[in-house]
Design a binder for this molecule. Structure first.
Ligand SMILES: Nc1nc2c(ncn2[C@@H]2O[C@H](COP(=O)(O)OP(=O)(O)OP(=O)(O)O)[C@@H](O)[C@H]2O)c(=O)[nH]1
Ligand SMILES: [Mg+2]
Length: 233
């Protein structure tokens, strides 16, 4: 049986006490020996306590405390996590259970033959009209811009769930650090923008992306602007 010791999950967090223990539990039981790095930007709830308690028992789980860092953001948290990853494959997923744990295995497997693997949602539930329109608008814009520029495109340009060969992530994080939109939400969009056409990109589909059940969304207008910058940069 495959033990997933070649894969690290990076989970960016901000106040996820209601979700983080659950997602780590599900990942660890579905994927023995998988490594997990929780990249936390200074949660003011019990996120840190929960993860540190788990990591005392499970050495494969690590809390990366970014609380005192000068710049905070989902993207910079993922980029800065790159140097901590010791496995060949890295998968990024949210803490709030919106990304299906059962697709981690297929993404990890697809990384055997791809440089980047996108977890693509085929439907979105629970979103209001405003969010749908904004999301669709930015998606179409990014598709047009990326096609014109001869970049890779995927069916879900905005996915926060993706896998990447760690060597490639480390290379981008070290050599092209300034091209990431640090405080943005769309680290994969930045990566797609930087990727040469010789690199291989594939997709793993999952059916429905539900609204979060616990905790609050951190999505703000500034993130929409950051996404536009990621698209047009
Ligand atoms: N490290 C770090 N993580 C963040 C930050 N903002 C959000 N996150 C985490 O990034 C993930 C995605 O954030 P969400 O608020 O769920 O964003 P979203 O999925 O677009 O919004 P919802 O659909 O409302 O959940 C979650 O695991 C958050 O805890 C941040 O500034 N730094
Ligand atoms: Mg979410």
């Amino acid at each position: 049986m495959k033990d997933y010791s070649d894969t690290t999950i990076v989970i960016p967090t901000m106040n996820e006490e209601g979700n983080i223990g659950v997602i780590i539990g599900r990942l660890a039981s579905a994927y023995p020996k998988i490594r997990i790095i929780v990249a936390d930007d200074g949660s003011r709830d019990r996120t840190k306590d929960i993860v540190e308690r788990i990591s005392r028992k499970n050495r494969n789980v690590r809390f990366y405390d970014r609380g005192k860092m000068q710049v905070h953001g989902l993207t910079i948290s993922v980029v800065d996590s790159a140097r901590l990853v010791k496995t060949r494959k890295t998968i990024v997923m949210d803490a709030d259970l919106q990304h299906p744990v059962d697709k981690v295995g297929p993404i990890s497997k697809a990384l055997d033959s791809s440089d980047l693997v996108v977890g693509t949602r085929t439907a979105v539930k629970d979103w209001g009209m405003r969010r749908r329109i904004i999301s669709k608008g930015i998606m179409v814009l990014s598709l047009v811009v990326f096609r014109i520029r001869g970049k890779h495109t995927t069916k879900d340009m905005m996915s926060g769930f993706f896998g990447i060969r760690t060597e490639l992530l480390k290379e981008l994080a070290a050599k092209r650090r300034s091209e990431f939109v640090d405080e943005g939400y769309k680290v994969m969009l930045d990566i797609l923008r930087m990727l040469d056409r010789e690199k291989t990109v594939s997709e793993v589909y999952y059916s429905t992306f539900h609204g979060r059940e616990k905790g609050e969304s951190k999505l703000r207008a500034k993130h929409i602007i950051a996404t536009l910058i990621s698209t047009l940069k």
